[in-house]
Design a protein around this ligand. Sequence first.
Ligand code: DGL
Length: 264
Amino acid sequence: MKIGIFDSGLGGLSVLHCAKKMAPDMQYVYYADEDNVPYGEKTKEQVKEYTIQAIDYLLEKGVEAVIIACNTATSSLPMEIRRSYPIPIVGMEPALKEAIRLYGKLGKRIMIAATEVTIRGDKLHHLVDSVDIMHQADMIALPGLVRFAEAGSYDGEEVIDYLRDSFSEYDMKEYSTVVLGCTHFNFFKSAFRKAFGEELHFVDGNHGTVRQVLRLLGGKPLEEERECVDTEFDIYFSGREVSNEEREHIHTCFEQLNKMYKVE
Ligand code: DGL
């Protein structure tokens, strides 16, 4: 079976990486809208148009389901449009519910990190209103991390300084958990820990999303996840083939993801 995975850029590779560990025998087609990244700094209307183009492109490639591996695109695409496609279109939203379930009892605060578009969007506000009963969650936009992720800069001084600056108004000792509400942020768990301490927990929506798409396709995840050993999949940048140099860069992203998501 063939699954399409789409993101504004390279952040959704973290979802593909997770899918390859959970269901290595599926075929994957990845679409990165490199001509238009970052979505977080566009209007909701623009992001909606780009998202429709990407889904249509993946449909032409014969995929049987699409994962919108982008919280920003998911929040910009109305549900009726998603439902109008002949195949399942599965979106992602910040995994706040899971963060509260896992770490809410610690009694500390939870930070939702996402893009500006996601944070402004009604979807996230509805989610917070419905699950954050104890008013534990705050939100922050980190547009710089999208740029660092695209450039392959993951935990150098410039990233640590950016994080410390961005959080200067917060006392991070009050926070137990960061919800990685933008797939580009999944590359930065080590940078967050370097900036704010080893005890920080992270929650992303990768497993839940992959599980949902497999369920809709009548497939099952492996009982035991395997390391993601290969980077064999079709990949297009805004509808064009990628160059050898771009493939190399994608390979480096996978190496970083292998470090961030070790199979225990
Ligand atoms: N990776 C995207 C997300 O999950 C958006 C990053 C961007 O293009 O600004 O929200």
